[in-house]
Write a protein that binds this ligand. Structure first.
Ligand SMILES: [Fe+2]
Length: 310
């Protein structure tokens, strides 16, 4: 399954190269692959292994010690099927078939100092890469109309590693088509690194020109996907593509486990926007006000999705 999504070098974009092609891609699709991000394939794999080892070997007590009791918190460990993107987006009742570890700038819950050292370094590097990506997207859009750009990008990021195990019989695609429901991210930009399924199954798909396009793992790259803040600060020019994580069919369950490491570059909770404009850009904002803040928004229907009140 080949993706039609193009690849750009983040280092080249940051030097002002490829602006026209990048502008075309981001205003049409809002998603691309990136190389030269300053975070290597081995960096991603090392952090991923550190987390999945904990998922596999951590005791129930160790997991409980880093599990937050606040449901909106995006910190520490979250168990298999503890969350449901389908429920918070009103698209179904099924759970997310994944377990995860999340961290942000502060209030973190690390299982050990060794884990913390690996993840803090990984977080810092991904944070810089995602800020550079957002800068490139918003500059290339030619229509940035928001707060001071450095201020917008220095806010409330969240990094989350999800492990999607081989799906059991009752979660095969014939019964529950998805591991995670369709949604757009509540971020400015999101960077995603995936490990591929051993059996070649491709789970991640994003909507481009009305069609769900597969986004396979491409070695040495990350997927850059614009979130809901991108249209809000570009007068709707840059879309926030909907995406979902599909389940393999009954015959493809074996070898279908995978991981995704996702860095959400999120604005401060006091970032404000026009509600009618947000609706005109296709965003699902149910707030009854002319102007709302990001904090108001994540406090309503999307409260448990990709959101934390730090
Ligand atoms: Fe997402």
């Amino acid at each position: 399954m080949n993706s039609t999504v193009p690849t750009f070098s983040l280092a080249a974009l940051s030097k002002g190269e490829d602006q026209e092609a990048f502008h075309r891609c981001m205003t049409r699709a809002g998603v691309c692959y990136l190389t030269d991000t300053g975070v290597s394939e081995e960096d991603h794999r090392h952090a991923t292994r550190t987390a999945t080892d904990f998922f596999a070997r951590g005791s129930a007590e160790e997991k409980a010690a880093v599990t937050t009791s606040v449901p909106t918190m995006r910190r520490g460990y979250s168990a298999l099927e503890a969350e449901s993107t389908a429920q918070v987006t009103n698209t179904g009742t099924y759970t997310d078939y994944s377990e995860s570890f999340s961290m942000g700038i502060g209030g973190n819950l690390f299982p050990s100092p060794a884990f913390e050292a690996v993840w803090q370094d990984y977080f810092d590097r991904l944070y810089r890469a995602t800020q550079d990506t957002a800068r490139a997207v918003l500059v290339a859009s030619g229509s940035y109309d928001g707060p001071d750009l450095d201020e917008l990008l220095d806010a409330d990021p969240v990094l989350r590693l999800r492990y999607f195990p081989e799906v059991p019989e009752h979660r095969a695609a014939e019964l529950v088509p998805r591991r995670m429901a369709p949604h757009y991210d509540l971020s400015i930009v999101t960077l995603i690194h995936q490990t591929p399924c051993a059996n070649g199954f491709v789970s991640l798909q994003a909507e481009i020109d009305g069609e769900m396009v597969s986004l396979p793992h491409v070695p040495g790259t990350v997927v850059a996907m614009c979130g809901a803040i991108a249209p809000l600060v570009t007068q709707g020019r840059v879309p926030a593509p909907r995406h979902h994580v599909i389940s393999p069919g009954a015959g493809q369950r074996e070898g279908s486990d995978r991981t995704s490491s996702v860095f959400f570059l999120r604005p401060a909770t006091d970032f404000s926007f026009s509600v009618p404009k947000a609706r005109a850009y296709g965003l699902d904002v149910s707030l009854d006000a002319e102007t709302a803040t990001f904090g108001d928004w994540i406090g309503t229907n999307y409260v448990t999705m990709h959101a934390t009140k730090a």
